[in-house]
Design a protein around this ligand. Structure first.
Ligand SMILES: Nc1ncnc2c1ncn2[C@@H]1O[C@H](COP(=O)(O)OP(=O)(O)OP(=O)(O)O)[C@@H](O)[C@H]1O
Ligand SMILES: [Mg+2]
Length: 330
């Protein structure tokens, strides 16, 4: 089926629990940072993952990147099961998936110049021809608009601005022609003035290469511009998944609604409209609430149901899933 061929990545019931030990050795439970996450990502599709700080977004990213080995569930990429990867397939996977993280300076080796930083992944992945290396390095720099190229090749990361550093990180992430880019809060540490530029750049690269993108952010005001679909994460779980328009204009989950109300208004005179998600802090991931994890903060919680039983994913509209008992079909 065409639908199937279109699938780039899928996660089924993915789980990443970090064991916690008291005094460094006595087992004392686990932080359930990712706890039963399922989704699909199509080729060329940008999916945003949103949610409050600590809900497990970066852990999800790092599990998808095979930096963490999941404690449960499975990930498939281009039809192959990650658990079954040989070391050769793992190298292939690392070429196919690029990573852009929050802190560009921390992501760049301080004692390598730009040329060396971009040459390294080529060498590691068997591009030995000097001419080809030079061409790909220069094409990469042009693509992220670090031009004229000659001005940048000999620079070290600390000689670049934050925006330029992030451009370099992006060039490195795409130099091996990946099929998927995982961008974890790619602009949150940059000056407000360069954020839009970097998002535009990512958008252009995504279109030009038909890249799948997993865009992690807690800034809901940028997702409409950047993504096709949104997944809302709360306390280690996905609570709502939908196309961007449907989710932003008509959100279903009470948590998504609260999150949308919490977006600061860009107009300074309307700054009063900022409201944090009510109902206190997100729960502990070591000891999450029973039933629906959002029920202690939810103004619509149904007594006798929400605190007892975890809601399955209901489908109130085509392609729109929500894990909330309010949407159960009677
Ligand atoms: N390597 C680790 N070992 C133990 N616990 C971890 C590890 N990485 C993350 N955690 C815990 O997992 C939970 C989720 O953290 P994570 O960084 O994934 O959240 P996040 O949604 O990315 O938050 P933020 O928006 O602040 O970046 C937190 O409680 C965190 O302390
Ligand atoms: Mg994070």
């Amino acid at each position: 089926m065409a639908e199937h061929n279109n699938r780039l990545m899928a996660a089924r019931d993915l789980q990443m629990w970090f064991p916690v030990r008291r005094w460094g050795f006595i087992p004392a439970g686990a932080v359930r940072a990712v706890d039963g996450v399922s989704f699909e990502l199509r080729r060329g599709e940008a999916v945003a993952v949103v949610g409050e700080s600590g809900c497990g977004k970066s852990t999800l990213a790092r599990t998808l990147l095979a930096i963490h080995t999941p404690t449960g569930g499975r990930i498939t990429f281009e039809g192959r099961d990650m658990e079954q990867f040989t070391s050769r397939e793992m190298r292939w996977y690392r070429r196919r998936v690029g990573y852009v993280q929050q802190d560009p300076y921390g992501a760049l080796p301080p004692f390598m110049n730009v040329h060396r930083i971009l040459r390294e992944p080529l060498i590691v992945n068997g591009v030995r021809d000097r001419q080809e290396q030079e061409e790909r390095i220069r094409d990469g720099l042009r693509e992220v608009r670090l031009v004229p190229v000659e001005d940048f090749l000999d620079k070290f990361p600390h000689m670049l601005s934050g925006g330029q550093q992030q451009r370099l990180v992006i060039a490195r992430a795409i130099i091996l022609n990946p099929g998927l880019l995982i961008a974890d809060e790619p602009v949150s540490m940059l000056d407000a003035s360069v954020r839009v530029e970097i998002l535009k750049l990512l958008r252009r690269i995504q279109d030009a290469h038909n890249l799948g993108v997993c865009y992690i952010t807690h800034d809901l005001s940028t997702v409409r511009y950047f993504s096709h679909r949104i997944m809302v994460m709360y306390a280690g779980k996905l609570v709502e998944k939908a196309p961007v328009g449907g989710l932003l204009d008509d959100p279903c989950h009470p948590y998504t609604r609260a999150l949308l109300r919490a977006i600061p208004d860009p107009e300074p005179e309307n700054a009063r409209t900022y409201r944090p998600v009510p109902g206190g802090e997100p729960p502990s991931l070591m000891n999450p609430p029973s039933g629906c994890r959002f029920h202690p903060r939810c103004e619509y919680a149904i007594a006798g149901l929400c605190e007892v039983e975890e809601p399955p994913h209901f489908v109130p509209r085509a392609d729109h899933e929500v894990a909330c008992w309010l949407f159960r079909e009677e």
